[in-house]
Design a protein around this ligand. Structure first.
Ligand SMILES: Nc1ncnc2c1ncn2[C@@H]1O[C@H](COP(=O)(O)OP(=O)(O)OP(=O)(O)O)[C@@H](O)[C@H]1O
Ligand SMILES: [Mg+2]
Length: 634
């Protein structure tokens, strides 16, 4: 190099040759090494000095390579040549540039193995990426920082209904997509996934939108992620990759599932039927919304479990439920069972449970599904109907007996009339004296008693018309008390609790008879023991099928021997008595019943052996009030 070519401050050419990372050699016209820079020595000499050696002899591996061809061509043509090839002896790739001169050949060469490997790896990964990109069922779009679509895979074209060509090189925010959000609102471009990711440099995931797919002619739902792309050293994204899939069918199935779940919940609510499911493998319990409602539990704050179930089941039914559930675990499903639950507010409900086992395809029991029906009202109605039926049957029986007894009494009355009348007539006239007179008197007395009995039967059989008027029950009771007291032994006390009551339209005489009969029965039940009889009067509303109606309650309560179940059920039957032959006819309560029902009232009895007896009579008080209530404040 001449001094004129020197650049001030630049390294001199010799130094450059010493420090360059390229290998440099000079070969003379006889193909002998004349110069090797340190890098070339390091690469080629392997410990021996190559200066002066013949190139082809020193490096026989060059024979037949592209390098040999290039070097010989350079000498032959007198022009620089270039070669790149794999050099087997060093197991490496080299690139070489040969510059011929009058005296020989200067060769620059460099090991490019790492570059080659890198390129190969890059090529392989590029190919893998392409395969993925082309075959992925998810749509992929690459968008640069200017918003231009640089690449789109076939799936993207399919899902968006637009050809890849139509997307390439175009802006992604085009009104033709008609993008809407979940709520069906048109999404402005600044809220697009890609826009947000480009602006923030953050990954945006799981956004759901709908677009209008022109090819299909319908709106499709897509879920997408946006991943911003960076070049090293540049903090703002160079572009964004959008990955998306079609979730239209998924959403449709989801909507249908939700609709059918809502339908089931509604059906359960209408039918008041809840359902429950237990998986034995995981011991997971699942209750329907209606089950929670039936149990009176809050879905948000409770987790269904065996213990939670037992906590709502009525104490007395717990053991039954526990054993039913244990049996189910052994694959035994009992018949439908009914049990009571107690809600947090204390309300008791009756539930009917029917269960069915769940089996896996091999037939092994994996769980159980059960329905729970709230049958509280149903059972109450059934009970009420049974009670009404029993009452009706009882009333019919009384009615039949009444008719029969009434008929007999009528005929008996006719036969008694001459006996009583004629014996009285004979006793008034010149009646015989002594024994005969006594007989006559007995005939007359027995006849009169018979007529009395007949009268009672006729009252019970409602063959006599009551004489109705406005009656104040307080005065009826007060009027009867002195007579009652005088007939009872002193061992029995009578207490009265008389509240003012509205007047009722009634036959005063008959009501007196009612009171007498009840008090007499009470006294008989106490016998010669010490006891008490309470007579109560109160104004009370009586529940009827027309709603609550004003009524007067008359109660007679005693501390007597009480009644067994059988006696209580038959007490109102005519001629039913537990008393000795001459002590009772069994007509008292029949008469009471006849009087009360003919007044439109009702009578009930509550009694248990040794616990006393309570009779409650309700008489309707729905007439207008002609008498001012006694004891009422003005
Ligand atoms: N307060 C009571 N305590 C216990 N048992 C009673 C009471 N009232 C009625 N009974 C039972 O009901 C039966 C029928 O009573 P009911 O008044 O119709 O007839 P009686 O009292 O036996 O006879 P009668 O009233 O004709 O003299 C009685 O024999 C008695 O067994
Ligand atoms: Mg009686």
């Amino acid at each position: 190099m001449s001094a004129t070519n020197e650049v001030p401050g630049c390294l001199d050419p010799d130094t450059i040759l010493e420090v360059t990372s390229d290998c440099v050699i000079f070969i003379d016209r006889g193909w002998r090494f004349r110069y090797l820079n340190p890098k070339a020595v390091e690469q080629l000499s392997e410990g021996c000095d190559l200066l002066g050696a013949n190139l082809w002899e020193a490096l026989p591996g060059l024979a037949g390579t592209e390098f040999e061809a290039a070097y010989r061509r350079a000498i032959a043509d007198g022009a620089p040549t270039h070669a790149e090839a794999f050099y087997a002896p060093l197991n490496a790739w080299f690139v070489a540039n040969a510059y011929p001169s009058r005296d020989g050949l200067t060769i620059f060469f460099r090991d490019t193995t790492h570059v080659k490997l890198h390129e190969a790896a890059l090529g392989a990964s590029e190919e893998r990426f392409r395969t993925l990109f082309e075959t992925l069922t998810e749509g992929v779009l690459f968008i640069n920082r200017d918003g231009v679509i640089t690449d789109a895979n076939p799936a993207a074209a399919e899902l968006l209904g637009v050809s890849r060509e139509a997307m390439h090189g175009h802006l992604y925010y085009s009104p033709r997509w008609q993008i809407e959000d979940k709520a069906g609102e048109v999404l402005p471009p600044e809220q697009y996934l890609s826009t947000v990711a480009l602006r923030t440099g953050q990954v945006e995931r799981g956004r759901v939108i709908s677009i209008f797919n022109r090819k299909l002619g319908e709106r499709r739902w897509l879920r997408g992620d946006a991943i911003p792309q960076f070049r090293s050293g540049d903090p703002s994204p160079t572009g964004v990759c959008i990955l998306f899939s079609d979730i239209t069918e998924h959403r449709r199935a989801e909507t249908e599932l939700r609709a059918s779940q809502a339908h089931l919940a509604r059906a359960q609510r209408v039918a008041a039927v809840g359902s429950a499911e237990v998986d034995f493998g995981t011991d997971r319990w699942k209750w329907s919304d209606e089950t929670y409602r039936i149990y009176g539990l809050d879905k948000a704050t409770t987790t269904p479990s065996f213990d939670l179930l037992l906590s709502v089941v009525h104490e007395d039914d717990r053991e039954r439920i526990r054993s039913a559930i244990t049996q189910v675990r052994y694959g035994v499903v009992s018949k439908p069972i009914e049990y009571r639950i107690v809600r947090a507010d204390g309300q008791v409900r009756v539930l009917r449970r029917e269960a069915e086992l769940i089996r896996d395809p091999a037939g092994a029991v994996t769980g159980v599904i059960a329905t729970k029906r709230d049958v509280t009202e149903l059972r109450a109605a059934e009970r009420e109907r049974a009670e009404l039926q029993a009452q009706l049957l009882h009333a019919q029986r009384l009615e039949a007996l009444g008719t029969l007894a009434g008929g007999i009494a009528h005929d008996l009355n006719n036969t008694l009339v001459p006996i009583v009348a004629l014996s009285s007539f004979l006793l008034k006239g010149e009646a015989p004296e002594g024994r005969e007179r006594e007989c006559l008197e007995l005939i007359q007395k027995s006849g009169a008693r018979g007529r009395d009995l007949v009268k009672r039967i006729l009252t019970f059989a409602r063959r006599t018309e009551p004489e109705r008027g406005w009656v104040d029950m307080v005065s009826v009771v007060r009027g009867a008390l002195p007579l009652l007291r005088s007939t009872l032994p002193s061992t029995i006390t009578i207490r009265e609790q008389l509240a003012p009551v509205p007047p009722i339209m009634a036959d005063q005489g008959q009501l007196g008879q009612v009171l007498m009969n009840l008090v007499k029965n009470a006294a008989d039940a106490i016998g010669d023991r010490i006891g008490a009889i309470v007579i109560e009067l109160a104004a009370e509303a009586e529940p009827t099928h027309r709603g609550n109606e004003p009524a007067v309650r008359l109660s007679v309560i005693d501390s007597g021997c009480g009644m067994c179940e059988e006696t209580r059920l038959r007490a109102f039957e005519p001629f039913f008595t537990t008393k000795a032959v001459n002590e009772g006819t069994g007509l008292g309560l029949s008469v009471v019943h006849g009087i009360v029902t003919s007044h439109g009232g009702s009578i009930s009895v509550d009694s248990r052996p040794d616990r006393g007896t309570r009779f409650d009579i309700h008489l309707p008080a729905n007439g207008t009030n002609p008498i001012s209530d006694e004891g009422e404040t003005p």
